[in-house]
Write a protein that binds this ligand. Sequence first.
Ligand SMILES: *[C@@H]1O[C@H](CO)[C@@H](O)[C@H](O)[C@H]1NC(C)=O
Ligand SMILES: *[C@@H]1O[C@H](CO)[C@@H](O)[C@H](O)[C@H]1NC(C)=O
Ligand SMILES: *[C@@H]1O[C@H](CO)[C@@H](O)[C@H](O)[C@H]1NC(C)=O
Ligand SMILES: *[C@@H]1O[C@H](CO)[C@@H](O)[C@H](O)[C@H]1NC(C)=O
Length: 300
Amino acid sequence: MGYKLSSSRCLGVCLGLTFIMGCYLASLPIQNERAALPKPIKHIISSFSPAKKRLAIIVPFRDRFDELLEFVPHMYNFLNKQRIPFHIFVVQQKDNNRFNRASLINVGFLHTRNDYDYIAMHDVDLMPINDNLSYKYPASGPYHISSPQTHPKYHYDTFIGGILLINKEHYELVDGMSNNYWGWGLEDDEFYVRLKDAGLKVTRPTNITTGPDNTFKHIHDKTYRRRDMRKCYNQREVTRRRDRVTGLHNVLYKLWSTHNVTIDQLAITVLNVELLCNKTATPWCQCPEPMKPKPSLKQT
Ligand SMILES: *[C@@H]1O[C@H](CO)[C@@H](O)[C@H](O)[C@H]1NC(C)=O
Ligand SMILES: *[C@@H]1O[C@H](CO)[C@@H](O)[C@H](O)[C@H]1NC(C)=O
Ligand SMILES: *[C@@H]1O[C@H](CO)[C@@H](O)[C@H](O)[C@H]1NC(C)=O
Ligand SMILES: *[C@@H]1O[C@H](CO)[C@@H](O)[C@H](O)[C@H]1NC(C)=O
C-alpha cells in the first residue's frame, strides 16, 4: 500500500516535472524565432496624404502564390519611387467554377470604392520595369499601362488587358465589367466596348522607348499555368456580344473572409471570394469536359 502510494506519488511528480520541462522546451524555439523576426512592418507610404489620390491595385487571383511572392515586393519598389499611395488587394476565387477575372475585379472594386479613388486592374504575372510607366490618377479617362506596343504578347489596337487604370466614377459609369466571362479571355475586349459606348477615351503612355521585351517582366509559365480556353454551351456566341445585363450592380458573390497578410513585411489584403454562378444565364461557368491533362514532362 505504502509502496504503491509513493510510487504513484513519484509518478505524479515525475509527470508534472516532465510536463513543465516540456512546456519550457517547447516555448524556447518559438520565443527565439519571434525574437529573430524584424519588428516593424514596412509601410513605406502608409500614412496616406489626404490631398493625394489613393490607388487600389486589384489582382484577380487563383493558385499563383509563387507569382504573388514576386509581384508584391516588385510593386512596392516600383510605386514608392513614384510616391503613389496604394494598397494591393488580391481577390482570390474560392469556388469550383472556372476563373472569372472580370467578376473578381467587380468584387475588388465594391470592396475598395469607399476608401480609394481609382483602381488598377492588374495581372499578377505582369510587372512594370520602365519607370516612365506612370500610375498616377487617371482624371480624364482610363489609362492603359500595358499598351499593345509594349505588352509582351498582345499587339492589337483595341487591347486593354494586362494593366488598366480607371477612376471610380468612370468604373461606375460603365457598370464595371461583365460577369459572363468564365474561363480565359474576351472580358477585356467587352470592357473596351463599354468604355467606348460611354464615350470614354483610353489613353496610353507616350514616352516609352522600350518595347515588348523590356517594358514589363512577364513571369507566366505557359506549360505549367495552362489557360482555360474551353468553350462550352453557347459561350462562344454570347461572349462575343456586348453584355447590357450584367455588371457591377449584379455580381453574385459571397465574401468568405478578409486577411491582412504581409510578404517580406509588405502589407497586402487578400479577399477570399466565392463567385456564384447563375446557371440559367451562364451555364459555361462549369464545362462538362474537363481540361486536357498537362502534357507529361519529357525525360531528357
Ligand atoms: C512620362 O510620361 C508620364 C505621363 O504619361 C509622366 O508622368 C512622366 O513623368 C514622363 N516621364 C519622363 C521621364 O518624362
Ligand atoms: C522616358 O521619357 C523620357 C522623355 O519623357 C525619354 O527621354 C526617355 O527615353 C524615356 N525612357 C524610357 C526608358 O522609356
Ligand atoms: C485589415 O486592415 C484594415 C486597414 O488597416 C482594417 O480596416 C481591417 O479591419 C483589417 N482586417 C482584418 C481582417 O484584420
Ligand atoms: C439568372 O439569369 C436569368 C436569365 O438570364 C434571369 O432571368 C435571372 O433573374 C437571373 N437570376 C439572378 C439571381 O440574377
